[in-house]
Write a protein of this length. Sequence first.
Length: 522
Amino acid sequence: MLHNIRILLATVFFIAITLLFLDFSGTVQPWLGWMAKLQFLPSVLALNIISVVVVLALTLLIGRLYCSVICPLGVMQDVFAWIGKWSLFRKNKKTKFANKYSHSKPKTWLRLSVLALMVVMLVAGFNAGFMLIAPYSAYGRIVSAALQPIYIGINNMLATWAEGADSYAFYHVEPHNNPMALCIVAGVSALILFIIAFRNGRTYCNTICPVGTVLGYVSKYSWFKMRVDENKCIKCGLCMKNCKTSCINVQKGEAVTMDYTRCVDCGNCENVCPKGAISFSKVKSKKPEIESPKTEENMTRRSFIGVVGLAAAAVNAQEKTTDGGFAAIEDKQIPKRRTPLTPPGSISARNLQQKCTSCQLCISNCPNGVLRPNTSLEGFLQPVMEYEKGYCRPECTRCSNVCPAGAILPITVEEKTAIQIGHAVWVKKNCIPLRDGKTCGNCASKCPSGAIQMVPIDKSYKMNEDGKWVDAEGKPINEREILRIPVVDSEICIGCGACENLCPARPFSAIYVEGHEVHREI
């Protein structure tokens, strides 16, 4: 029963969390966003006490069901392990169950070393190191790099079909230009996980994953556990050979032992036991029949202190014809910014670097094509803003709503319009009125905060009492023929990038946004 329930719940969580990364319309997030907020490590970084308490309480009650059901990377490893088990079963069809695994001693030194290193990096604010092994973030990068382009491609095919059928059920979406760095990191992670899980099941969860280590030692004291009835057990070893965490030890003449710090309550042992000797039940007040190896006792106490230490340490797309009717003969190029742009709600570049786990959820959900992974060493694969394909629309707060780690805090539309993430800078040599002698004004007409005004190039032009333009001699001038250039009021500019994105100058805009290290409210 436990085995079947676990598979059902794991399938639901796995599909739902995957949809969170794939969905670009924002329809899934209001319904399923809580699943991302329930992920343990992002909850610790965000100081989401409710989520942390829920996960720890769940673990104390029924063990590491979080790792088997809620964690998407754990479920993905189960899929890889099932592929390996199925391939073995195909080779040996005579056996009812494919005997693939065996008992192995716990790698306690490795688990605690990784956990200690994780705590040090959290305290030091060096997220670029631990984000590579953070389970939820690793899964997010794999989905963003591998599955999202396929998902968007299928959507665009359906949009083409719907367009021919005069239907608006689908619409075309610009594919994300994932940098090579993201693809390499995601590809290597997926390959390593596949090899490990294909051969040895949940080895990653019980040797490398810091979340697995923390919850593993908490589950040592869980109320419900997998228990063996020694009176029914015939020491056949099927439970050991089908345990994907290698935590069951069956020796003839000795009691069956189980390392509860590694057990993920998958129910495989209960499912394969021919005598029904294994059950998931409440631990009796007396000494349990199934107990962890004695060598783990002292290490467990020190590891539980590590749990407390970990919690304390964490104290789109625009058309190629731009607005105004100017033909974009060549694509826009990204300007070199001295200070990168970080999303509204991130407070500062430092706050983003300390809390962001590079899960790519905000990037996947950005409807304007503004966010993309940072390829520099500082803030590696964390979100950074660029405006060559779109701009940060003042009415959109999607990234702040989906972030589970507190790197981008939730903000309202009203709050966003008052947050200055940067300011516009005018580049004289690129401006069309000066370069080509043609009137423009796109930047001023599209600025949502009214921070840009157009002034005549010829300073002798003035407006008379009747509100009409005249030259130095007082002769009237056709207003449409007056060449004007933009003037930016940096005090009210919010850095949304509308001016940069909609500027018709190519390849570089005549106006671009320079980021601020610390955001300010205007």
